[in-house]
Design a binder for this molecule. Structure first.
Ligand SMILES: *[C@@H]1O[C@H](CO)[C@@H](O)[C@H](O)[C@H]1NC(C)=O
Ligand SMILES: *[C@@H]1O[C@H](CO)[C@@H](O)[C@H](O)[C@H]1NC(C)=O
Ligand SMILES: *[C@@H]1O[C@H](CO)[C@@H](O)[C@H](O)[C@H]1NC(C)=O
Ligand SMILES: *[C@@H]1O[C@H](CO)[C@@H](O)[C@H](O)[C@H]1NC(C)=O
Ligand SMILES: *[C@@H]1O[C@H](CO)[C@@H](O)[C@H](O)[C@H]1NC(C)=O
Ligand SMILES: *[C@@H]1O[C@H](CO)[C@@H](O)[C@H](O)[C@H]1NC(C)=O
Ligand SMILES: *[C@@H]1O[C@H](CO)[C@@H](O)[C@H](O)[C@H]1NC(C)=O
Ligand SMILES: *[C@@H]1O[C@H](CO)[C@@H](O)[C@H](O)[C@H]1NC(C)=O
Ligand SMILES: *[C@@H]1O[C@H](CO)[C@@H](O)[C@H](O)[C@H]1NC(C)=O
Ligand SMILES: *[C@@H]1O[C@H](CO)[C@@H](O)[C@H](O)[C@H]1NC(C)=O
Ligand SMILES: *[C@@H]1O[C@H](CO)[C@@H](O)[C@H](O)[C@H]1NC(C)=O
Ligand SMILES: *[C@@H]1O[C@H](CO)[C@@H](O)[C@H](O)[C@H]1NC(C)=O
Length: 846
């Protein structure tokens, strides 16, 4: 069984000891604590590669929850493998919930095969699969796929007592799945750290990511199936990935010769992997000095975890094999000398790296080649695993985070119903006490007419009991008070009024389309220009945001916050009416349009205005409010270019005094998201500060926060601008329109301020008040420089460290637009003087 070559060199004693230890190893095989093998929709158990899959209908400690009926199909015509012979088809969102006995990483393996004759055309089905925290598959369809079946393997760290896998069909389609595995992985297998390549540096934080296996190779060896691997992995032969056919020579020894030592166990890779290798061997080439290179097509939008497996099965003596390992033509491990790493021959060794695809290509290349120092030019590789690392959106497929893909579940809806219901109840009670309500009746009777349903809104036919109750009590007992209560939330508009104002939602008045719905320019009866945001009735996510926005905005009045004038919830509509902001979103003045370029002073003033608005949000109200979606499309400009912060759909009240953060599902816009919030899901005002830092960079560099088309290091403005700021060369990447027109001191102050906002950790970031002060200082520096020509200099009396203007956290003197509440004509006019609203939000932006 042991090859002749080796017998000569390995002492018999060692072989015996080895044999004993092998025996010992096999008795200590890893047994997964959680081990679900599920045959979906099957009526009987299915055995495949030595493992038995249990029908999902009989598997205990696992539950299937569907919103509609699921359809079971089985087939006994030819399927690629037995696991694919049945499927469960979901016409609407469905979830499998697995009880997890041991938290930590688990394999999640999914099998898909569009069974023919299933009554549905599964080839055109479109499947999205999410866990509570990660997107595993986004809108996959066999229609565009070059293969008859799909197998996916993920490694997900489960940090609660259950794992919920949710299958979401896309529009008018179905989702399906044939089989699922959820199996524990030993904690040590996938580390938190690896070595980043180019530049070479330690990388940590892997444990917070989900991984997806994209390649797993047994170099120079046969296909290994789950039967040959205690962790149920599949290892394929590498030959088809070789850059040059025949540039490697396979070599193998008996698997029994592999001697596992300390850190490396058969769970890292089975001995079959280490017992075979690709080598340079006696390759038939004149020049023995070349690399063996493997090329792997990958999605360049992701980072990859690369595990290389080595075992010196070729050398006759220690220290004779020294070679280099390259990833994308960057040296990843120079002068690897296996015998000094393992102190022996035939001892497995592995090394983990993290790398992106090679620049400007959709491939990842791995090479091994001889080191110039080596006596014998040879290089070896035994195994290779390449795993995709989930991105900033916690997705392994695209840029959309779970929060966007997950439909609102009925249970969440009912909770919102109850909360809003009780708020409504409380407000109604307060209203009852109010004496003045009666006097308003006659004035308001034309708005509070029949069919008007006050919040909570029975938006869908299936509205909940709690909702109905409060609506009923409204109508019966307190009808006359509706106007008062609703006045707290701004003016109520009838649907007809809205139709008239927008000329029946004339498309020519469309200002923008957002995640929530469409925004139209409107003109009220009295000539007031307004922006009308009409929620998409189908957008269930919109319902919660609609309510948040009404509640938040009705509490807030500030010169630098866009005012809510009123709303309409008649006929299941979700319509918000805002002041019209003539100059639209800040972003459209930065790039992507033909609008004239803003001067540096204008930019500073706009940033200061927005910072004031945010500062007020954070400190002005009784409880601080975190905006959560600060970006250049949510900063609007009125006719005088006064900046106002808009879109409070995602806002949250901040931590109470005794807490330091609120825990919440990550929401916001990709590119602006606070990395700390992302990791810890703990929201503080400093998350807004980070996003504002991104806005500052965007204002300076006039490019999108995220531009995947650019070279990798430039994709993310936060990273890109920070690297230049750290070199003190921010002027190199700033808007060319500003070149030579900016006071260097002002720019420096601005850059430093943005840099502080973008600090990795929230505690290191300044408060919005500090940011505001620094920006005002930058403006002052700019003005001082332009005023140098003039004799008059009245700005030097400002001493750094003392705020230039009072911060006015409770600043309502300027801006209290209470008129829109009481509905008097004066106030309506007041609101009328403010201007356009428009929100050209990237529909998929959040
Ligand atoms: C399976 O095949 C048998 C004959 O091969 C056939 O009689 C039976 O109807 C098939 N069952 C299904 C579900 O297709
Ligand atoms: C199913 O849909 C795919 C893609 O739309 C199409 O190519 C195929 O012909 C359809 N099959 C059947 C049986 O309708
Ligand atoms: C899903 O894919 C289909 C076809 O591949 C496409 O038409 C549809 O727009 C996609 N949906 C989303 C949400 O990306
Ligand atoms: C599809 O698969 C076939 C056979 O596996 C292969 O020859 C072809 O190049 C593939 N096409 C694409 C676009 O990947
Ligand atoms: C869903 O379908 C509707 C109408 O059929 C269409 O307007 C909408 O764009 C579709 N959405 C997606 C994401 O495909
Ligand atoms: C899983 O996540 C938890 C919490 O973040 C962490 O403590 C643990 O180390 C992770 N486990 C693994 C195996 O990465
Ligand atoms: C190893 O190489 C030989 C000769 O090139 C070939 O016949 C054999 O199939 C290879 N073995 C594997 C496992 O690839
Ligand atoms: C994998 O396991 C199966 C079943 O035990 C066995 O038949 C096969 O030979 C094994 N493969 C290798 C490469 O040893
Ligand atoms: C590479 O080798 C395979 C067999 O190992 C052969 O089928 C294929 O045609 C070769 N390709 C080239 C480009 O030589
Ligand atoms: C990478 O992301 C860009 C931008 O979203 C997209 O156009 C491209 O298709 C993605 N690349 C791949 C290989 O999916
Ligand atoms: C091996 O590849 C690396 C990276 O591409 C390159 O720098 C080196 O010169 C190559 N070595 C040989 C012998 O071709
Ligand atoms: C200086 O003061 C005058 C009025 O006193 C004011 O108009 C001007 O804007 C001020 N200049 C600066 C740079 O603050």
């Amino acid at each position: 069984m042991v090859k002749m070559k080796l017998v000569k060199w390995v002492p018999l004693v060692v072989a015996v000891v080895l044999f004993v230890s092998m025996f010992h190893e096999s008795s200590a095989l890893f047994t997964p604590v959680d081990n679900y093998l599920i045959a979906c929709g099957s009526s009987q158990s299915v055995t495949f590669l030595g493992r038995t899959y249990i029908p999902d209908s009989v598997q205990s400690s696992m539950a299937l929850k569907t919103q509609g009926n699921s359809i079971i199909v089985t087939s006994n015509s030819s399927v690629p493998f037995p696991v694919y012979q049945s499927a469960r088809i979901f016409p609407s969102t469905a979830s499998y919930k697995f009880d997890i006995n041991q938290q930590g990483r688990h394999w999640v393996r999914l099998y898909f095969y569009p069974l023919p004759k299933s009554g549905q055309n599964l080839t055109s089905a479109s499947i999205t699969v999410i866990t509570e925290n990660f997107v595993l598959l986004n809108n996959f369809t066999f229609k565009n796929y070059n293969g008859s079946y799909l197998f996916k393997e993920f490694a997900v760290n489960v940090t609660s007592d259950n794992l919920i896998l949710t299958f979401i069909p896309s529009n008018n389609s179905v989702a399906f799945v044939n089989a699922i595995e959820v199996v524990s992985i030993p904690d040590e297998l996938i580390p938190d750290q690896a070595l980043a390549v180019s530049p070479s540096a330690p990388f940590s934080g892997l444990s917070e990511h989900a991984l997806e296996t994209v390649y797993r190779l047994n170099m120079g060896g046969p296909l290994l199936t789950p039967q040959n691997d205690t962790l149920g992995r599949t290892w394929e032969n590498d030959a088809k990935y070789l850059h040059v056919n025949g540039s490697a020579v396979n070599y193998s020894v008996s698997p029994a010769d592999i001697r596992y030592k300390s850190a490396v166990t058969p769970e890292v890779a089975p001995n079959w992997v280490y017992a075979t290798a690709e080598t340079m061997g006696d390759s038939n080439v004149p020049n023995g000095n070349f690399n063996i290179t493997w090329v792997f097509p990958v999605d360049p939008n992701f980072t990859y975890f690369i595990r290389t497996h080595f075992c010196d099965i070729v050398s006759k003596s220690l220290n004779s094999l020294v070679f280099n390992v390259y990833i994308n033509s960057d040296i990843a491990f120079p002068s690897m000398d296996l015998s000094s790493l393992t102190s022996d021959l035939s001892v497995p060794y592995y090394k983990d790296f993290v790398s992106n695809a090679s620049s400007n290509s959709n491939t990842l290349t791995i090479s091994v080649g001889p080191d110039s120092e080596a006596d014998i030019p040879d290089a070896i590789m035994n195994g290779l695993e390449i795993m995709k690392v989930s991105n900033e959106a916690r997705s392994l497929d695209g840029f959309l985070p779970v929060e966007i893909l997950r439909p609102v579940s009925p249970s969440t809806k009912s909770k919102i119903g109850i909360i809003i219901g009780s708020i409504a109840g409380a407000l109604a009670a307060v209203a009852l006490v109010g004496l003045c309500c009666c006097c308003l009746v006659s004035q308001r009777s034309k708005t509070a007419h029949q069919g008007h349903t006050w919040l909570p809104l029975p938006l869908y036919g299936n509205s909940l009991t709690m909702t109905k109750m409060s609506t009923t009590s409204q109508k019966s007992g307190t009808a006359s008070c509706i106007s008062l209560t609703s006045s707290n939330l701004g003016r109520f508009f009838t649907f007809q009024e809205i139709m008239d104002a927008t000329n029946k939602f004339d498309e020519s008045l469309l200002l923008g389309v957002g995640g929530f719905g469409r925004v139209y320019k409107g003109t009220l009866e009295d000539g007031t220009k307004v922006a009308v945001k009409r929620g998409n009735p189908r957008s269930e996510q919109g319902l919660a945001e609609f309510r948040t926005e009404i509640e938040m905005l009705s509490k807030l009045r500030h010169r630098h916050l866009v005012s809510l004038i009123g709303y309409c919830d008649e006929r299941s509509e979700m319509i918000l009416v805002y002041e019209y902001m003539a100059n639209g979103p800040l972003r459209s003045h930065l790039y992507g349009t033909d609008l004239p370029s803003l001067s540096w002073k204008q930019r500073l003033e706009i940033c200061i205005g927005a910072a004031r608005g945010l500062h007020y949000l954070h400190t002005g109200a009784a409880q601080s409010i975190i905006h959560r979606d600060v970006k250049t499309t949510n900063i609007l400009l009125d006719e005088n270019f006064v900046a106002k912060v808009a879109d409070f759909g995602l806002s949250k009240t901040g931590p109470a005094l005794d807490q330091t953060h609120v825990s919440t599902a990550v929401k916001g816009s990709f590119g602006y998201l606070d990395p700390e919030y992302f990791r810890r899901q703990q929201l503080t005002e400093k998350s807004d500060v980070y996003s504002f830092g991104v806005v500052l960079m965007e204002v300076l560099c006039t490019r999108p926060a995220l531009n995947p088309v650019l070279p990798r290091e430039q994709v993310n403005i936060a990273e890109w601008a920070m690297s230049w700021q750290k070199k003190g060369m921010l002027d190199q990447i700033m808007d060319s329109n500003l070149a030579g027109k900016v006071n260097p001191a002002s720019l420096k102050k601005f850059g430093e301020t943005a840099e502080k906002c973008l600090a990795e950790h929230g505690v290191d970031r300044p408060s919005m008040g500090d940011v505001l002060w620094n920006l005002e200082y930058a403006l002052q520096l700019e003005e001082t420089s332009s005023a140098l020509m003039e004799p008059e200099d009245n700005s030097t009396n400002h001493i750094p460290g003392i705020p230039l203007t009072p911060l006015e956290p409770f600043d309502n003197s300027v801006s209290m637009v209470d008129g829109v509440n009481s509905g008097t004509d004066d106030d309506a006019e007041d609101a009328a003087t403010s201007a356009v609203f428009s929100q050209l939000v990237n529909p998929r932006g959040r």
